[in-house]
Design a protein around this ligand. Structure first.
Ligand SMILES: Nc1ncnc2c1ncn2[C@@H]1O[C@H](COP(=O)(O)OP(=O)(O)O)[C@@H](O)[C@H]1O
Ligand SMILES: [Mg+2]
Length: 250
């Protein structure tokens, strides 16, 4: 059963459809790749699905049951979704460890900072930071990390959100998570994404690197001018003439 599907989803900016009558389905236990030329609506799709901005028409259907015409940002975890951002968003003035503890103990940033952390929270934070190789950096301020480390910290935060949700989070959007990463870091992110898939979650990957798309995607969606140009098995979709042309025309 699909975790999430869209039906004729449309979002326009100043009369131009960034996402245009888009109907797609996200299945559990699958990495869905999303590709398309710059400006084809990949980030906008994730933005409207995660309540960052309203959509204009169409609907989003959660687990075949809940039909939504509107998604508010605060409801997004309730619908089982979380995301990373193309432009990384962290608590810059906080140490790496606190960026994770805020998620685990949260409710508000202030209570998180002054609350006495339990061993349980610290162990969870250690586990996600070790997973992305940032445990040794736990006392550095987020703003002092390298570009790639910042992206890994954002992924660790997503893992913390998933841990903290007690199984509720089942759809994870990664918006260009590999851009600017060194090879070792790329390996780490690949491992994280495959584990999430193997836990029967639905992973959405927006990515320009076709080798990574081929390696990771179980299902591939191609957007062009906000519309669905093609979808299916990656090898078949990437061999299609119209898909190749959409990229050459970029
Ligand atoms: N916040 C915004 N305000 C106005 N136009 C936007 C905004 N976000 C995206 N767009 C426009 O929507 C289209 C799709 O953009 P985007 O979703 O970022 O594409 P992609 O992620 O595929 O590169 C582009 O034409 C872009 O200029
Ligand atoms: Mg984008």
């Amino acid at each position: 059963m699909p975790l999430l599907s869209t039906h004729n989803l449309t979002k326009s900016f100043d009369g131009v459809n960034a996402v245009n009558k888009l109907s797609v389905t996200l299945m559990p236990g699958r990495i869905t790749g999303i590709i398309g030329p710059n400006g084809s609506g990949k980030s906008t799709l994730i933005n409207v699905l995660t309540g960052m901005m309203p959509f204009d028409r169409g609907e989003v259907i959660i687990s075949r049951r809940t039909h939504l015409k509107k998604i508010h940002a605060h409801e997004v975890p309730f619908y089982g979704m979380t995301r990373t951002f193309q432009d990384v968003r962290l608590f810059e003035q906080l140490p790496v460890l606190d960026n994770i503890l805020v998620v685990l103990t949260e409710r508000s940033i202030w209570s998180a900072l002054f609350e006495h952390h339990t061993v349980f929270h610290l162990e969870q934070a250690e586990s996600v930071l070790r997973k992305v190789g940032l445990w040794e950096k736990r006392n550095e301020l987020a703003k002092n990390l390298s570009y790639g480390q910042r992206k890994l910290l954002e992924i660790a935060r997503v893992l913390a959100i998933i841990h903290d949700s007690a199984g509720n989070i089942d759809t994870i959007f990664f918006d260009e998570p590999f851009a600017g990463l060194f090879p070792e870091m790329i390996k780490t992110v690949i491992t994280v994404m495959k584990e999430l898939r193997d836990q029967n979650r639905s992973v959405v990957l927006v990515e320009h690197n076709m080798d990574l798309i081929r390696e990771l995607s179980d299902h591939l969606i191609v957007l062009d001018s906000g519309e669905l140009l093609a979808e299916g098995r990656p090898a078949e979709v990437l061999a299609r003439k119209d898909v190749i042309e959409a990229y050459l025309g970029e």
